[in-house]
Design a protein around this ligand. Structure first.
Ligand SMILES: C[S@@+](CC[C@H](N)C(=O)[O-])C[C@H]1O[C@@H](n2cnc3c(N)ncnc32)[C@H](O)[C@@H]1O
Length: 232
């Protein structure tokens, strides 16, 4: 495994040791348990750890964040190491991955919660609703990801999806489905351009307030107007 690049100090500051420890765990136990491919070991810092952590600049101070489909802990674990002010929940349905995430959180003494389940399950929606931000990497196409994320977000909350090269294509393809499901027009942004050779591309969608009927439409609602609506 490579040493942390110089830039890791800028990204993780005083918490660099925890980032190094997480990278070592991924390279050893993570590979052994099939959570990450052996060919990823030499590119863990660039393609996984730093690439995840730089989305920190897209998240407000103290935000309540759900990492939907956290898997090996990406992007949620590097993010909480870089930004301990965030309240992060790592959501993952697979028992083996949940066990790994729980071990990581305990070993590194991170203030993150691990929840087992699927985003679309009613119990998970009840438990995690009201989040400020949902983050996700390599989980589902944008339209489906938005359908899973929206019920977890408060109004005005945001999905920050790490999408790489497919970002523009996904926005073009899924933008109207996202809008029909209560999302804003998705916006493609780059993060870490000043730090990384290949910056992280994210797609951001905001949960909009549900549309209310306009005043002049109200009279047309048969339940509100006309003789059927009048009390005797
Ligand atoms: C390809 S992995 C990516 C893992 C991690 N985000 C990463 O970038 O390395 C996709 C993960 O999403 C999880 N997942 C799939 N469907 C999900 C759902 N409906 N709700 C929550 N997690 C889900 C899977 O169990 C898996 O761990």
């Amino acid at each position: 495994m490579k040493h942390p690049p110089q830039i890791a100090t800028t990204v993780f500051g005083d918490n660099l040791t925890a980032a190094v420890r997480f990278t070592e765990l991924l390279a050893a136990v993570g590979v052994e348990r099939g959570l990450i491919g052996p060919r990823e070991v030499d590119r863990l810092w660039d393609r996984h750890i730093l690439n995840s952590a730089v989305i920190a600049s897209a998240l407000p101070e103290g935000a309540r964040v759900v990492d939907l489909g956290s898997g090996a802990g990406l992007p949620g674990v590097p993010l909480i190491i870089a930004r301990p002010d965030l309240e992060v929940t790592l959501l993952e349905p697979m028992a083996r991955r949940v066990a790994w995430l729980t071990e990581v959180v305990d070993t590194l003494s991170l203030s993150a919660s691990v929840v087992r389940g699927r985003a679309e399950e009613p119990a998970i929606k009840r438990q995690l609703a009201g989040a400020d931000v949902v983050i996700a990497r390599a989980v589902a196409p944008l339209a489906r990801l938005w359908a899973w994320s929206a019920p977890l977000l408060r109004e005005g909350g945001r999905l920050v999806a790490l999408k790489g090269e497919s970002a523009d294509e996904e926005v073009e393809r899924d933008g109207s489905a996202v809008a029909r499901a209560g999302g804003s027009q998705p916006v493609v942004e780059q993060r870490g351009a000043d730090l990384l050779a290949v910056p992280t591309t994210i797609v951001v969608v905001t949960r909009l307030e549900p549309k209310r009927p306009e005043r002049h439409d109200r009279g047309r609602n048969p339940r509100r107007a006309g003789k059927h609506a009048q009390r005797p």
